[in-house]
Design a protein. Structure first.
Length: 306
């Protein structure tokens, strides 16, 4: 949890009684909770600074979680004790988050976990896969269209490539040169390295330009001009350029969608999208986990395990 903002050193691990679910609540025993940039925004106070949430004495950490229902409160009929579940949420006001041994949630936040999928692995799914899938919806491309994904080997970018393949899109992936085998296996038809001049290279590979782009690398105009006249561009980091050439420019913010999460979890269970754990840490090493995230270079998510 966080009571003052700053670097990883401000993080605290506290002991509290195991909560009891009240009416309309579900108590989940945590198998794994991933560490995301969303946690960095909480820890550093960016969410308060920009008005995403009000000031509080204490903030919990953790957006994604997978685990098993331990108990349900009065009125809960969708889940029962023993059910494996996965969850992503966007409430920022909770004093305790998913990075815990147990967490209280509401049924609408939860989706069933597919049988046979490791829950620690599944804890990496929600935020990143949901963001990628919602970005693809925003673009509105049709089967056979060309999609450019920048930062394609990252947590969101790889899901965008895999989900684009599921939708029948043709993908140009941009990433480091040594990520090419990973992205080809994920479904990228064409590949551009970070060292190449992106726009002319893409336009040479796809005459006229791609139909849409998901900018996960924050290249902004450095990627948008690879989109053809009348296409669509989505920035995941609020860096979409001013619209021109009738290209639809969108700064996209993800939102909680349990039905979508259930679909994505089923995709993972069927092997259509990948689950990547870069490293695991015990809860008491949350500071080390944040330092590892800050160091970068990860291919996959960090997961805290009780």
């Amino acid at each position: 949890m966080v009571t003052k903002f700053g670097g990883p050193e401000v993080l605290q691990v506290i002991e509290v009684p195991t909560p009891e679910p009240g009416p309309g609540e579900v108590l989940v025993k945590v198998a794994g909770a991933s560490v995301n940039n969303a946690d960095v925004m909480v820890r550093t106070g960016i969410n308060v600074q920009y008005g995403a949430t009000g000031a509080r004495e204490q903030f919990g950490l953790g957006t994604d979680v997978a685990g098993t229902v331990a108990a349900v409160g009065e009125g809960v009929t969708k889940f029962r004790a023993g059910d494996a579940v996965v969850r992503t949420q966007e409430r920022l006001d909770r004093p305790l988050g998913t990075q815990a041994e147990y967490v209280l949630l509401e049924p609408w936040e939860l989706a069933p976990a597919p049988a046979g999928v490791d829950l620690v692995q599944l804890a990496t799914l929600g935020l990143n896969a949901t963001t990628a899938d919602q970005a693809l919806d925003t673009l509105g491309l049709k089967r056979g269209d060309w999609l450019l994904v920048t930062g394609a080997a990252g947590a969101v970018g790889l899901y965008a490539v895999e989900l684009a393949r599921v939708r029948g899109l043709r993908v140009v992936a941009q990433a480091n040169a040594d990520d090419e085998p990973l992205l080809r296996a994920a479904g990228a038809e064409l590949f551009v390295t970070r060292d190449e001049d992106l726009v002319p290279t893409v336009r040479r590979l796809v005459p006229g330009g791609v139909h849409g782009a998901i900018d996960a690398a924050n290249l902004a105009a450095g990627a948008a001009d690879a989109v053809r006249h009348g296409g669509a561009f989505v920035s995941l980091l609020n860096a979409a350029p001013m619209p021109r050439r009738e290209v639809t420019m969108t700064n996209m913010a993800w939102h909680t969608d349990p039905d979508r999460l259930a679909k994505l979890a089923a995709f993972a269970g069927a092997g259509l999208i990948s689950l990547r754990v870069a490293r695991t840490f015990p809860l008491e090493q949350v500071v080390d986990a944040h330092e590892a995230l800050a160091a970068g270079g990860l291919r996959g998510r960090i997961v805290l395990v009780p």
